[in-house]
Write a protein that binds this ligand. Structure first.
Ligand code: PEP
Ligand code: MN
Length: 280
């Protein structure tokens, strides 16, 4: 913990030493970091308005609080679907408004900050950009909540230092998201580091979400890891859901069906209560 000191005798903004009580981030009617376990659900990418609407309608019906979907997608191959860009932002914002759900979407490039801030309620920094310090500095200057995903090879300290960039810029509406880290294990896409949830909550006052979808890459493992995340003390989960995962333009293998998502929500409810939290 001593290493999280900025200078001798001066705690970093991200640290518990700087702020003892948990930060609560308010987004429209939702609070992340309060008593409620907040569930963010939606497809990996905005593919078209119909799929976005169908997914939103179904996940909302199962009790999801916020909607997710990428309009700018960080794909490993330049030949893979790259996202719909601004058109995707507009679809997401429209559906979010119709369904009365705040929307979360990824910001990849600082030049898109004005457009993404106009349409999204929360800007997501993806794992691949966790140490894009010039982007982080610019996000420190906006008046919108940011979700900072953990880099796939980032230590907890590097992750918290990245968070510090945003806080140091003056933006304290910040949420962390553990999404799995690279390990020697090839059967899963990443290795979900649930100990990091507890560690970060000891070291920092910031709320922590868990993304069991990118953390595993395997549909059958998403629900068990989401349940474990709630038991580990996460403040919420971010889950990929697609009405037809086999036809998804990205991350179909890890997407729950709306039915699978609904089952997961039923499983999480008693777990939230056991943790002294609530889902609704
Ligand atoms: C995503 O949430 O769509 C995503 C690309 O996740 P990550 O940055 O964690 O890989
Ligand atoms: Mn994805």
């Amino acid at each position: 913990m001593a290493r999280l000191q900025l200078k001798e005798g001066q705690a970093m903004l991200v640290s518990r030493a700087h702020q003892e009580e948990n930060s609560q981030i308010k987004i429209k009617g939702c609070v992340i970091g309060g008593e409620q376990i907040v569930v963010v659900a939606g497809p990996c990418a905005v593919e078209n308005e119909e799929i976005m609407k169908e997914t939103a309608f179904k996940v909302r019906g199962s009790g999801a609080h916020m909607l997710r979907a990428g309009a700018y997608k960080p794909r490993t191959s330049p030949y893979s679907f790259q996202g719909l860009g601004e058109q995707g932002l507009k679809i997401l914002a429209r559906v979010g408004e119709e369904m009365n759900m705040p929307v979360v979407t990824e910001i990849m490039d600082a030049e898109d900050i004005p457009a993404v801030s106009e349409y999204a309620d929360i800007l997501q920094v993806g794992a691949r950009n966790m140490q894009n310090f010039s982007l982080l500095k610019k996000l420190g200057k906006i008046n919108k909540p940011v979700v900072l995903k953990r880099g796939m090879s980032a230590t907890i300290e590097e992750w918290l230092m990245a968070a510090e960039y945003i806080l140091a810029g003056g933006n304290n509406q910040l949420i962390l998201c553990e999404r799995g880290i690279r390990s020697a294990e090839p059967w899963t896409r990443n290795t979900l580091d649930l100990a990091a949830v507890g560690m970060v909550k000891e070291l920092s006052h910031l709320p922590v979400l868990v993304d069991p979808s990118h953390a595993t890459g395997v549909r059958s493992l998403v629900a068990p890891m989401a349940r474990a995340a709630v038991a580990a003390g996460a403040d919420g989960i971010m889950v990929e859901v697609h009405p037809h995962p086999e036809k998804a333009l990205s991350d179909g293998d890890q997407s729950l069906t709306p039915k699978g998502f609904s089952q997961l929500m039923r499983e999480i409810e008693p777990l939230a209560r056991a943790m002294g939290r609530r889902l609704r």
